[in-house]
Ligand binder design. Structure first.
Ligand SMILES: *Cc1c(COP(=O)(O)O)cnc(C)c1O
Length: 388
């Protein structure tokens, strides 16, 4: 198939039509087992944990979008990350970004150590810190860029070059950017991971995870782990993710443009102490992000004075849903302190800049002016309330 842009490939993929019927939608195959023609020779599918045609369609599609060769669909983003960590064994050491997603933080600190897997958290904006953290038993470096919720940027190439020289596997959580904006495999990463619950699914109606590689050996190891661990994505959910993917480019374009405008707008508000968005030229990771990604994404964070200011603002905002999660058609406002980063102690959170005044906004598809108006109203109402 001709190599088209990501925008076109999202629609014009090998799974655009069903070869059996011409249907312009991937059929949902619910069968858990498949009849075999012979006692020795099995068909393409035998048992649905090992492989399912709907899942395979999604796995091939995401592999193509990430410029990889093999994709894997999991029951959640955390299932994709857990299965990836199963590449590690007792005695291995993991170097992981210190502002990693809260669930990955919990998995690392509360579960991996039980398996005898050591870890070191480092500030990945600084490749020297990564090099200094590596030990003789370091087997994997785990990145997330932009990070959550302070939107730090990791210089991916510098870290993958170093990892390759030292025979260390690299994994990168690409949830915030999606393959439309960032293709980590092209930057030398070995395993790219997604919570497809977010932008890829895009409609707040499915929980799913994906992983993609482009190395045969690594692919067969991951496939072995996917089948052994068994945290696969069901066919109906695979179909929902594929349906979401069709509009991914359009959604990212609109939401990202809006995020840029809103980031600039928040900067001007007297209530806002700081705006975290890698699309702002004042962001410390602006240049690195521009080099390694095709955009700054649709998530930004902003800091208000304190918890009370957050409470007042959230009370008066009308348009965004106030919820855990991000990457949907509707804007989502979240409070990392009690939501995504609740698993961290106050000390751990503060060390990562996740202060009590920090709010995260995932920009959806609403008209930007309506969002600005809503936020302006919320600030005005907060001011009034404060004066009473
Ligand atoms: C949500 C999220 C995850 C976890 O994904 P689930 O689908 O909720 O299991 C992992 N990484 C990032 C960056 C996320 O935002």
């Amino acid at each position: 198939m001709t190599n088209y842009s990501k925008q076109t490939s999202l629609l014009h993929s090998p799974h655009k039509t069903d070869p059996a019927t011409g249907a312009v939608s991937v059929p949902v195959q619910h069968a858990s087992t498949f009849h075999q023609p012979d006692i020795e020779q099995f068909g393409d599918y035998d048992y649905a944990r090992s492989g399912n045609p709907t899942r395979r369609a999604l796995e091939e599609t995401i592999a193509g979008l990430e410029n990889g060769t093999h994709g894997f669909a999991f029951a959640s983003g955390m299932a994709a990350i857990s299965t990836t960590f199963m590449l590690l064994s007792t005695g291995d050491h993991l170097v992981i970004t210190d502002d990693v997603y809260g669930g990955t933080f919990r998995l690392t600190t509360k579960v991996l150590h039980r398996q005898g897997i050591e870890h070191t958290f480092v500030d990945m904006t600084d490749p020297e810190a990564v090099k200094a953290a590596v030990k003789p038993n370091t087997k994997m470096i785990f990145m997330e860029t932009p990070s959550n919720p302070t939107m730090n940027i990791t210089p991916v190439r510098e870290i993958t070059d170093f990892a390759k020289e030292n025979g260390i596997l690299t994994a990168l959580d690409n949830t915030f950017m999606t393959p439309v904006l960032q293709r980590p495999l092209d930057l030398g990463v070995d395993i790219v991971i997604h919570s497809a619950t977010k932008f890829i699914g895009g409609h707040s109606d499915v929980v799913a995870g994906l992983a993609v590689v482009k190395d045969e050996e690594l692919a067969s190891e991951l496939q072995f782990l996917q089948n052994s661990f068994g945290a696969i994505l069901g066919p109906q959910d695979c179909w929902l993710v594929m349906r979401g993917l069709k509009t991914l480019h359009a959604r990212m374009s609109v939401s990202e443009q809006s995020a840029h405008e809103l980031a600039a707008w928040f900067l001007e508000q007297p209530e806002v102490e700081h705006v975290y968005y890698p699309g702002l030229t004042t962001h410390p990771g602006y240049t690195v992000n521009k080099e390694q990604a095709d955009g700054a994404g649709a998530v930004l964070s902003f800091r208000l004075k304190d918890k009370e200011a957050v409470r007042r603002f959230v009370d008066h905002v009308e348009i965004p849903v106030f919820a855990v999660s991000l990457g949907a058609v509707e804007s989502i406002l979240s409070y990392p302190r009690t939501m995504s980063h609740a698993a961290m102690s106050d000390e751990e959170r503060h060390a990562r800049g996740i202060t009590d005044g920090l709010l995260r906004l995932s920009v959806g598809l609403e008209k930007t002016d309506d969002l600005k108006q809503d936020f302006a109203n919320a600030f005005a109402a907060s001011r009034k309330e404060e004066q009473v």
